[in-house]
Design a protein around this ligand. Structure first.
Ligand code: PMP
Length: 452
């Protein structure tokens, strides 16, 4: 199968011939050049949370295009960008009221890491510079974000990455080996952070970054709430900023507006992207605690020298403000219902010999393939189990998201489903049928000996 991540577009063609050529999209459907309809059960890359036909976007874009599309926000201001900032501040928890706009999830995380360093510098701790991430995570493709990333397959080609960016084990209850109740295991997992902070030396650690509910590396893996309560305690104790990467989980994906809403914990920064514009334009944001941002506000004399040319441009901001406005309680409720329906339709996977775990958080579903359900041993990666399920589902007209994560340092097999929150009940059934059939087809070709 073609590697979906690496496509150079070249003059005169050169796009991967294996990829379906898409002509247009509507609701939860993609229409190919030859008129075939595919269900977008991945919502792009978990981006198109409201489907491909959000009402009103065209007129907002048209008005903004004719007023002013671009401004350098280093020297000017615009009400569209201000409105978006106000709207986001009203939705994010606690006092995360300051928005810094960039263009991608990677950039939102880069910004958060640099701000964490700048904050400690300004508060008299210039040696606090280390960013701790988790294994089996994804925070972006740029060098800093990739250094915080713990997905070994994404990292391996670019090693060595930035030195001194340690990782702790992820919140992955299915593979945890801690003793005790769920809560005790969650606390034990969180304490891995404390151990690493102590090993590194608390005076050197600036921030900890985590996806509140894991995305493509271990889709929909979600800890007991005690995990983030303990993370918060540890971060407070050692003056380490907690950055929640909600690039994928934000905007209703896991049932609430933000995944952190499921936990009674307020991070110091939240990074946003993907669903923020629903795919209509590239824009993302880092939401920052008021008192952190205040240290760098005009007049303080403190500098946070950072920014991107296109960050927060009025066209993208106006579109995003319109899109964000559409995430009403009723849309979030629909997302929860359709996610629960899809999980229920996939219930028979619990008896499927190659499926070790089926996880579900709102409209994010993770299916983990194993060669042995007892030992949880993964398949030999060369068997490409998840990619073959992906291909068989696509043959049946359903586009899914073949994630990957590392298991004990070696890649594991996952398939992720992140349909638009607005997908119809009928289409959910189509998705479930295609995925079940695709998994059956792959099951017939692998044997219990296909263990790594
Ligand atoms: N963080 C998370 C949790 C993500 O899922 C992604 C994208 N898959 C990113 C960061 C990076 O976002 P982008 O591709 O927009 O740079």
């Amino acid at each position: 199968m073609a590697n979906p991540a690496n496509v150079f577009y070249k003059w005169g063609g050169g796009m991967n011939p294996d990829f379906p050529q898409i002509r247009r999209a509507y609701d939860e459907f993609l229409v190919t050049e030859d008129g075939r309809e595919l269900v977008d059960a991945a919502a792009g890359a978990a981006v198109v949370n409201l489907g491909h036909s959000v009402p009103g976007v065209e007129s907002v874009a048209e008005t903004q295009l004719s007023d002013v599309s671009y401004l350098s926000l280093s020297h000017f201001s615009h009400e569209a960008t201000e409105e978006l900032a106000t709207l986001l501040a009203s939705l994010t928890p606690g006092d995360l009221n300051a928005a810094f706009f960039v263009n991608s999830g990677s950039e939102a995380n880069e910004m958060a890491f640099k701000l964490a360093r700048a904050y400690h510098r300004e508060t008299g701790n210039p040696h606090k510079s280390t960013i701790i991430g988790r294994w089996q995570s994804y925070h972006g493709a740029t060098l800093g974000a990739l250094s915080a990333t713990g997905n070994t397959s994404r990292r391996s080609e670019y090693e060595p990455l930035l030195h001194g960016w340690p990782h702790v084990p992820p919140a992955y209850p299915y593979r945890w080996k801690y003793e005790g109740t769920e809560k005790e295991q969650a606390i034990a997992a969180a304490r891995e952070l404390e151990t690493t902070i102590k090993q590194e030396g608390p005076e050197t650690v600036a921030a900890f970054v985590a996806e509140p509910i894991s995305g493509a590396s271990i889709p929909a893996a979600s800890p007991h709430p005690a995990y983030f309560e303990e993370i918060r305690r540890i971060c407070d104790e050692y003056d380490v900023l907690f950055i929640a990467d909600e690039v994928m989980t934000g905007f209703g994906r896991t049932g609430e507006m933000f995944a952190m809403d499921r936990f009674d914990v307020v991070p110091d920064m939240i990074t946003l992207g993907k669903g923020m514009s629903g795919g209509y334009t590239p824009i993302s944001a880092t939401m920052v605690r008021d008192d952190i941002a205040a240290r760098f506000e005009n007049g303080t004399g403190k500098s946070f020298s950072h920014g991107h040319t296109f960050g927060g441009n009025p066209l993208s901001a106006a579109i995003a403000a319109h899109v964000v406005d559409q995430y009403t309680d009723s849309v979030l409720e629909t997302g929860r219902k359709r996610g629960a329906q899809l999980a229920a339709e996939l219930d028979e996977l619990h008896n499927q010999p190659i499926v070790g775990d089926v996880r579900h958080a709102g409209a994010m579903i993770g299916i983990e393939f194993v060669a042995d359900r007892e030992t949880k041993a993964p398949f030999d990666p060369d068997l490409n189990v998840n990619k073959r399920v992906y291909e068989h589902a696509l043959e049946r007209g359903v586009y899914t998201y073949p994630g990957s994560g590392s298991v004990d340092g070696v890649e594991g097999d996952h398939l992720m489903l992140t349909p638009p929150l607005t997908i119809s009940e009928e289409t959910v059934k189509t998705v479930a049928t295609a995925v079940l059939e695709a998994i059956n087809e792959v099951t017939e070709t692998v044997t219990p000996h296909d263990v790594r």
